[in-house]
Design a protein around this ligand. Structure first.
Ligand SMILES: N[C@@H]1[C@@H](O)[C@H](O)[C@@H](COP(=O)(O)O)O[C@@H]1O
Length: 251
């Protein structure tokens, strides 16, 4: 596992964007797994800026989002469809046919999960998955206790996750109780994974990933220890509980 220490959120966003930019630019075809949440907003902004200055070839780029709330229409400002259009797809000019997000309004959510998996397979799997992490260590919406063998599936959100994400909704009652998420087995099949963590609320999850001794379903992020091509981008606050951080930080 490689760890890139950033001074702050701005530097983390720039470093991660440069990394992904180069990854995409060096391949004629690339299939990406994409995150949502507050953390990747700066990363998307920087990626769009890099594209503006040095036009990326977008024809071969296909994206699969990690997750979507069940019950939210794509036009809802809290949906991940809306988020992705606003922060990446529209500013980049990425044709929507090249993008995939689970359908939160699917009549049969289990069938939607199957369809999503088949679509990923049809594209030859994921080359690079970019992840954020929840305060309780969730990745995508794989909450603590989820088997690492699961593929795309329907989840019931942890109460703590609903509370953490309530800041994006008018009130806690408006936060959906369920979502569709790419499973950890699907994520671990990607050729490469990067994880972005910013802020002190992520320090405990980061500690379990980097210095914890256990791979445990109680901290879903520790599943990444089983993958041999993982790069973690941390800012100082997210790295605060690591004993190694002090010597290796960039100035
Ligand atoms: N489903 C998303 C996750 O993919 C994301 O990693 C997490 C943390 O988000 P934030 O960056 O806002 O802390 O939020 C949501 O729960």
């Amino acid at each position: 596992m490689e760890i890139i220490y950033a001074r702050d959120y701005e530097q983390l966003s720039k470093q991660a964007a440069r990394y992904v930019y180069q990854f995409v630019a060096s391949r004629p075809k690339v299939t990406l797994g994409l995150p949502t949440g507050e953390t990747p907003i700066g990363f998307y902004r920087e990626l769009v800026a890099l594209h503006r200055d040095n036009q990326l070839q977008l024809d071969g780029m296909v994206t699969f989002n990690l997750d979507e709330y069940l019950g939210l229409p794509p036009q809802s400002p809290q949906s991940y469809h809306f988020y992705m259009n606003r922060h990446l797809f529209e500013p980049l000019g990425l044709p929507l046919e090249q993008t995939h997000i689970p359908n939160g309004l699917a009549k049969d959510p289990e069938a939607e999960c199957q369809r999503y998996e088949e679509e990923i397979r049809r594209h030859g799997g994921l080359d690079l998955v970019i992840l954020g992490v929840g305060r309780n260590g969730h990745i995508g919406f794989n909450e603590p206790g989820t088997s690492f063998d699961r593929r795309t599936h329907v989840v019931t959100l942890a109460e703590s996750t609903r509370q953490a994400n309530a800041r994006f909704f008018p009130s806690l009652e408006d936060v959906p109780t369920q979502a569709i998420t790419m499973g950890i087995a699907t994520i671990l099949e990607a050729d490469e994974i990067i994880l972005l963590a910013s802020g002190s609320t992520k320090a405990e999850a980061v500690y379990h990933l980097i210095e914890g001794h256990k791979v445990t379903e109680q901290w879903p992020v520790t599943a990444l220890k089983r993958h041999d091509r993982v790069t973690v981008f941390l800012d100082r606050e997210a790295a605060a509980l690591l004993s190694t951080a002090k010597e290796t930080r960039s100035p």
